[in-house]
Design a protein around this ligand. Sequence first.
Ligand code: KG4
Ligand code: ZN
Length: 335
Amino acid sequence: MKILGIETSCDDTSVALVNITDETISVLTQTTASQIDIHKKYGGVIPEIAARSHTENIMPVVEHVMQGQQKPNMIAVTSGPGLMTALMVGVYTARTLGTLWNVPVIGVNHLEGHTFSSLLPETEGAHPQMEFPALALLVSGGHTELVLLENASTLRRIGATRDDAAGECFDKVAKLLKLEYPGGPKISKLALEGNTGAIQFPRPMIHEHNYDFSFAGLKTAVLYWLQDHPEHNINDVCASFEQAVVDVLVTKTVKAVREFQPKTFLLGGGVSANKKLRETLAAEIQKENPSLQFHIPVNKYCMDNAAMIALAGYYHREKAQLNLFIAANPNWKIA
Ligand code: KG4
Ligand code: ZN
C-alpha cells in the first residue's frame, strides 16, 4: 500500500510517499524542508518560528512529493510528541488531505517513527522481518529512551532521561564551546582529532540498577571544567565528552540486552548518526549476544523524516480511519 507520511514535530517539514508491503519497502519520494539555517542564529529551535516555517513549507513540499503520483491509500502523520504549534500544521494538513482524497488517516507517535527508521532501505529493498522481543535505543534532540517491543505495534518504555536528552546535551555543550547549532555533528567531527581519555567527565547513572539516563549533570561538569581551564584543546574536550555520553548509552543498552534477551536491536534518532555510538554499540552488543539482529538507520533516516512516519503508520494501519479526528498531542509518551 502507498502511504503518505507527514512529519512536522520540530524543525523539519518532511513529506514522503512510501510503498510498503510485508515483503518490500520502497521510498518513492521524500522531500524535507530543513529550518536549521533559520534556527541556528538563535542557538536552538524557536517554536513560533518553526510553526510559521511549517505553514509556509507544507503545501509546496506535499505538491512536490505528489507530482505525477496517484493519491495514496493512507496518510500517516506525526501527532506527538513535539512542539504543539508545529505538530498542528502537519495534523491539520493530513486531516484536510484525507477528507479531500477520501483516504484514511492515522496519527503516529514520532518516537515510534524513530524506532523503525533503521528498517528503511536507502530507496527500495526488502522489508526486514523483525524477531521479537525487540529492543530499541532512541536518542534524539528531545528524547533518550530504551523501548521494548513485544510486536511491531506494542511498545513499552523501560527507561528514559530524567532531564536533558543526549542530543540536547550535545547541543548545549556545543554552545559552551561556541560551536553552531545543531552541535552533535560538529562535536563528533572535532572529537575525531581528540583524545577520549584526556578529561575524566562523569558518566551519570551508569551503574544504577535501572534504564534511566541523566545528562544535565554532564553538561554542568563540562561548563565547570571549561571555567577552570580557559586554555584548552577543544578536540580533547569534544572527544572526552562524546566518550562519556557513548559509555553511558552503551552500558545501559548492553544491560537491557542481558536482562530482556531481545532477538532484534533497533537504533534511532538524530544522535544515531554518531559514528562512535554506532561502532561501540555494534561491537558491545555483538559481544553480549552475537546472534542479535542489529539495525542502524542509513544516514538520511537518522534525522527527522517522513518515511519513518509512513512505516510506523503501516504497523498501525488497521487503526486508520476516514475523517478520523486527530488531535496534536505534544506530550504523547510511549507507555
Ligand atoms: O531526531 P532529531 O533529528 O530531532 C529530534 O527529534 O530531536 O535529532 C536531532 C539531534 C540534535 O540534538 C543533534 O545535535 C543530534 O541529533 N545529532 C548528533 C549527531 N548528528 C545529529 N549528535 C551526536 N553526533 C552526531 N553525529
Ligand atoms: Zn526526532
